[in-house]
Design a protein around this ligand. Sequence first.
Ligand SMILES: [Cu+2]
Length: 100
Amino acid sequence: MKKIALATLLVASLFGADHVINQKGKTFIPHEVTVKVGDTLTFLNSDPFAHNTYTDDEANEFDIGMQASGTKKTVTIKAPGQFSVECAIHPNMLLEVTAK
Ligand SMILES: [Cu+2]
């Protein structure tokens, strides 16, 4: 499974753009992003505590789990649409994604 995930990541990095979303002060920076299918979102945690970023969007569903301070996690955009990304720990955090 790890090899498949790595291969997916490599393909995405070859053909899609990466968009870095910082998490700082319990805020996604930027708080909205427009991407293409195949692009990646890299979530950087610049806060001194954990976040748990996820979306319930059916086509692009992901839950990166507990993300420690100072770490990065990357997800790939799989389908077009508009959806919200939230944090399971901090309900006021909101990122609006438009995927084309
Ligand atoms: Cu959070």
